[in-house]
Design a protein around this ligand. Structure first.
Ligand code: PMV
Length: 326
């Protein structure tokens, strides 16, 4: 057994996962499609050590506690049982972006943790097995395992993982993220999925997914934002419709969120090709082609309520790196 450090990028879904058919196995109610984000990175080191009485997990500069620690320990248990070892582990993880704000930190976190833990325990998993393992930690993490643009489908434990549709170099699509809040959200997506079914719109949104997915795939394959963008926006609004009408209601939007959504619509009217999407949080991802990225970055930065703008192109897959966090 050794010490391993892995890096993974967060991903933004163009057709999203919202609601599960199996809570324990993180099996999604619908297929989803995403792009890894080169600018949003988690780096995680794991070392299984004999003689350690319990797992120790550092997230940023803080020891993990409560549900965060429980999820890390549960994930390390999965790796321990795959290999047949009892040793506890040291784990340290660092994001280069704020966690819990809808910037999909659990996707990069569990992709990096899966690869670092498996490698430290001497397991050489192929891409689909690694994606399956990451899925068990956090559903969307399975899409951060392959590089570039990924499709997550399958309805059983064995068949549910993400695979690459096209590599990052295929299309230099840009995600210009308007950060309107750095606050930790009250209800994370892990718990949010469990509420989805309580919305009267849940089934209607699932019914719309095949059509939206077909448009997004066609747009992606043809590098055609005009055929993809409207479906990306429609799905984001549909899942937020489900969130808003869940019991209890999940309202992630802030005044700054609405200001960005309205601005995107106005800029599109003026001829700028840009479409928004949002995860379970207030920050807005504005999807555009490279040629519009600088204009959008500047315009978003000037909007009231926007605290920061992060620009990201397509990212790579989960990968091992040489250095260690401890
Ligand atoms: O992987 P989770 O449990 O954090 O769920 C992710 C949910 C969304 O970010 C809202 C959508 C998605 O597909 O990424």
């Amino acid at each position: 057994m050794g010490k391993a450090t892995a890096v993974a990028n967060a991903n933004i879904a163009f057709v999203k996962y919202w609601g599960r058919i199996d809570d324990a196995l993180n099996l999604p109610a619908n297929p989803s499609l995403s792009m890894n984000l080169a600018a949003l990175t988690t780096t995680t080191t794991v070392e299984f050590r004999s003689g350690l009485p319990a797992d120790v997990a550092m997230i940023g500069d803080q020891p993990a506690t409560g549900q965060s620690l429980a999820r890390v320990v549960e994930h390390l248990d999965r790796v321990r049982s795959m290999v047949g070892i009892e040793e506890r582990a040291w784990m340290a993880s660092r994001n280069d972006f704020p966690a819990g704000t809808g910037l999909a930190s659990s996707s990069s976190a569990f992709a990096a943790l899966s690869l670092a833990a498996a490698s430290s325990a001497g397991l050489d998993l192929g891409e689909s097995a690694l994606s399956r393992l990451a899925r068990l930690g956090s559903g969307s993490a399975c899409r951060s395992v392959p590089a570039g643009f990924a499709l997550w489908e399958g309805d059983g434990d064995e068949s549910s993982f993400a695979r690459q549709l096209v590599p990052p170099e295929y299309w230099d699509l840009q995600d210009i993220i308007a950060v309107v809040s750095y606050q930790h959200k009250a209800v994370g997506s892990y718990n949010g999925h469990a509420l989805a079914r309580s919305s009267p719109f849940y089934t209607a949104r699932l019914g719309a997914v095949p059509g939206l997915l077909a448009s997004v795939r066609m747009g992606l394959e043809g590098r055609d934002l005009l055929s993809m963008g409207p479906a990306v926006e429609a799905d984001a609004l549909a899942i937020h419709g489900v969130m808003l009408t869940s019991q209890p209601s999940l309202l992630y939007w802030l005044p700054g969120t609405v200001a960005v959504l309205r601005a995107v619509h106005a800029w599109r009217q003026e001829g700028l090709s840009v479409y928004f999407t949002l995860d379970a949080g207030p920050n807005v991802h504005c999807i555009c082609e490279k040629a519009s990225a600088a204009t959008l970055e500047e315009r978003l930065g000037n909007l009231p309520g926007v605290q920061d703008v992060i620009v990201s192109g397509p990212g790579g897959g989960a990968r091992l790196v040489e250095y260690h966090l401890f």
